[in-house]
Design a binder for this molecule. Sequence first.
Ligand SMILES: NC(=O)C1=CN([C@@H]2O[C@H](COP(=O)(O)OP(=O)(O)OC[C@H]3O[C@@H](n4cnc5c(N)ncnc54)[C@H](OP(=O)(O)O)[C@@H]3O)[C@@H](O)[C@H]2O)C=CC1
Ligand SMILES: O=C1O[C@H](COP(=O)(O)O)[C@@H](O)[C@H](O)[C@H]1O
Length: 492
Amino acid sequence: MSKKENPTSLIVIFGATGDLAKRKLYPSIYRLYKNGSISKNFAVVGVARRPLTNEEFRSNVSKSVSSVANGDGNVEEFSSHFYYHPFDVTSSESYQQLKGLLGDLDSDYETNGNRIFYLAMAPEFFGTIATNLKSEGLTETDGWKRLVIEKPFGHNLPSAKDLNAEIRQAFDESEIYRIDHYLGKEMVQNIEVIRFANALFEPLWNNRYISNIQITSSEVLGVEDRGRYYENSGALRDMVQNHMLQMVALLAMEPPIKLNPEEIRSEKVKVLRAMRKIEQDDVEDYFVRGQYGAGFVDGDQVQGYREGNSVDPNSNTETYVAGKLLIDNFRWAGVPIYIRTGKRMSEKSTKIIVQFKDIPMNLYYNRGEKVDPNLLVINIQPEEGITLHLNAKKSGKDVTTTPIKLDYTNNCIDGINTPEAYERLIYDAMRGDMTNFTHWDEVALSWSFIDEISKAWENTRAFDFPNYESGSMGPKQADGLLEKDGFHWWPL
Ligand SMILES: NC(=O)C1=CN([C@@H]2O[C@H](COP(=O)(O)OP(=O)(O)OC[C@H]3O[C@@H](n4cnc5c(N)ncnc54)[C@H](OP(=O)(O)O)[C@@H]3O)[C@@H](O)[C@H]2O)C=CC1
Ligand SMILES: O=C1O[C@H](COP(=O)(O)O)[C@@H](O)[C@H](O)[C@H]1O
């Protein structure tokens, strides 16, 4: 990993007029620029088809960073580093002109030939772009070259393998940065620290003391205008294959011998390998799917998934998934990890709840008192922090118990302004730190787990769809998953 703190580079963004570039990438690069994390020796080249001049492009970039710039006077200076190069990425001839532009900018901005190619476009273009970058000589540079790839990385294991083989013709694995933006979130990165820097937790982090783990990532928004993409994806591919399984891997991995990308990835891979594969015939016992119908969100009536743009009125696509995962290794045998994620739920929230086993004998039972289990809650978003649920004595003369909470909230501490996930990840890609990007082995193992479930769901219609109302916490059947093991989703 490079130790350089102010990296210099050209960043070529394919998909420069798209939603992701405008909403996430430009504001993140601006924040890096504003807080001095990247040197002034950088330039960004935007690629997309629509005809824009450099001036029009810069003005669009300025608009998209205005919400994070808060009226700062440096937005124009920032936007002056942006260049626009319109072409259709499927036409190989246009890459030669781009090559010329990059050569000029390399010398104008003294970027030492360092290049990031950021693919923020529909995945069907990923392979073509990588191939053309190589065949047209854009990857021949005096500095380093890196390919940053957005999700989804394939649609299933065979297509992911094909894509990987295609991009590996042009880039080495050590140059491929597969984005999973959850790995850039402050509290997802904190999982390792909470586990490995606290004597209080690490000795208890196993099947002797933990009864189950629950990971919930709920969204209030529906599928909006992404119906075309989502119809081919569903919640399983959109959220579980990547973000949810990455959180599982971080929660369950063994302590790495060193905090370097290779060692961390190797431990995550072992977790994914140990995850019990679910055969198609058994999917119903472990997974529940849902699709939202009409309902109310913040008091407003909203339509169901099937009424959305570019969605089949009889769609079989799931907008909600709950599942029970088992990791068959020494540490985790017998501890279910429940996951759930969905759109149009009652709140936007991502949380991990670690439920500890009950104490061997409850001295307070005799008095008819129930003692709650200890819970460690890792709040990923919107609040960032941890809450520890304990039991203590209720104030007064009698010895009775009361649940108490120890809370740590990042957002409440003055001066803490945690970087956006994309801000961190772009910075890491510029510094050459691959820790928070997914290695091919992780992608492949995740797909091989997910493929069995998606095959089972594609082969059987969900006759009860839509089976949850917009604004609810998902289908009732998801409660059954935990109830049969004697647990329930914690409503925290
Ligand atoms: N939007 C989001 O919040 C998220 C997006 N992603 C991923 O990021 C990627 C981009 O998503 P998003 O920004 O939403 O997509 P958009 O549809 O908003 O943008 C697509 C971009 O690709 C350009 N484009 C399309 N076809 C061509 C072509 N043949 N040649 C050159 N440019 C082309 C479009 O510009 P033009 O029409 O001018 O050619 C546009 O700039 C996808 O892989 C998506 O899965 C991942 C997580 C979140
Ligand atoms: O990757 C994706 O993530 C978002 C949810 O991300 P978050 O950071 O807002 O939790 C999800 O809406 C989208 O469908 C999916 O593609």
